[in-house]
Design a protein around this ligand. Structure first.
Ligand code: ACO
Length: 329
């Protein structure tokens, strides 16, 4: 059976580090509160002149190099982001041009922090159907650009970065199953109010700070705890696997308490779950992409391993993927 598999992976992080101590100087918070409630110690912040596509391009180059693929060989590029360079054109088109992927179709996909896993599922369909052979999926964010640095409820949580994966066809292993879902009734728990057709940008929206992330932390937390377990079990079921078969869980990096709860509910050991949240914070749709690239880089993923990806995010959305890792196509 023709399936999609990951043959290249890459990440890119801005060099500027912002610690919890730095945040103490900006808002009424403490390093202790942030670490205890979220697990986050620091995050990377892009400078003023860096757009999301800049991070996406560097992550893509790294992934293409690992896959030993020239940009011209790409058939499709999907960028998942909630912080596109502009409303249009798609950030994927900017990436397509700048990396020289002259034969690739390109579009953006938005599913909050679940976007990268949604993107993997879409890219996989193009490969499984035989329409395309080489697909690049990117999760990239500059959340710092839509963060209200006076809102302690949100500004301590987010960071910038990008991750990318090259998908190619295999007849052994690869993506075994996906589980995607949404609950739009929770849209008002996590959103950016203005700048779209419902509330176009105006002097008033800027004055009212409606171009920033707004979040009700508690409902998102409860949703995350519930869906991380359900989506994980559902995708494992579709792949005819159980939690005992999992070598590594790569969860969306939002809060260590959410990750811990998912780990316990799935009865996994600590070393079976990849966590980089303390170093990078929540990078939204880049989070699973970066974590996966790091885990592979650090030898936490090897050929033949069963890897489970699971994410939740604005929408509200969720997405999970079960992979039998196989880079040898
Ligand atoms: N420093 C100090 N105190 C703070 C801070 C802060 N940075 N932020 C909030 N507080 C205060 C609150 O004001 C509140 O004070 P009060 O009791 O006097 O009213 C108190 O701390 C407790 O606030 P809660 O919101 O109840 O804290 P909670 O334990 O729920 O943690 C958090 C908040 C970390 C936001 C948690 O709810 C969470 O992680 N939720 C999930 C968020 C998430 O994952 N978002 C990303 C989704 S993915 C995407 O698509 C981007």
């Amino acid at each position: 059976m023709r399936r999609a598999t990951i043959t290249g992976w890459g990440k890119y992080l801005p060099s500027n580090v912002m610690t919890n101590k730095d945040l103490e100087k900006i808002v009424d918070t403490t390093d202790e509160w942030i670490q205890k409630r979220t697990g986050i110690k620091k995050r990377r912040i892009a400078d003023e002149d860096t757009a999301t596509s800049d991070l996406a391009i560097e992550a893509s180059k790294n992934a293409l190099e690992k896959a030993n693929l020239d940009p011209e060989e790409l058939d499709l590029i999907i960028v998942s982001t909630v912080t596109p360079d502009m409303a249009f054109p798609a950030t994927a088109c900017i990436v397509q041009d700048k990396i020289g992927a002259s034969n690739a179709a390109a579009f953006d996909l938005e599913a909050g922090c679940s976007g990268f896993v949604y993107g993997l599922s879409v890219g996989s369909q193009f490969i499984e159907s035989g329409l395309y052979d080489n697909v690049l999926i990117i999760g990239a964010e500059t959340l710092s650009k839509i963060t209200d640095w006076e809102d302690r409820n949100t500004c301590v949580l987010f960071g910038d970065g990008a991750g990318a994966a090259v998908l190619q066809a295999t007849d052994k292993g690869g993506f075994l199953a996906f589980d995607l879902g949404s609950d739009g009734s929770g849209a008002d728990a996590l959103y950016m109010e203005a700048g779209g057709s419902a509330k176009p940008a105006s002097l008033e929206t800027v004055k009212n700070k409606q171009h920033y992330i707004r979040m009700e932390g508690n409902p998102v937390f409860k949703f995350a705890v519930k869906t991380m377990k359900k989506a994980s079990l559902d995708v494992l079921d579709k792949a005819s696997l159980t939690t005992d078969d999992i070598n590594l869980l790569i969860p969306h990096q939002a809060n260590t308490r959410i990750i811990k709860s998912a780990r316990r509910r799935l009865k996994l050991d600590e070393d079976e779950v990849y966590v980089n949240l303390p170093e990078l914070g929540n990078t939204s749709s880049a989070s699973v992409a970066i974590a996966m690239a790091e885990a592979r880089e650090n030898g936490k993923i090897n050929n033949g391993d069963n890897v489970l990806l699971v994410a939740f995010g604005a929408g509200l959305t969720w997405a999970a993927a079960a992979i039998e890792w196989n880079e040898n196509i």
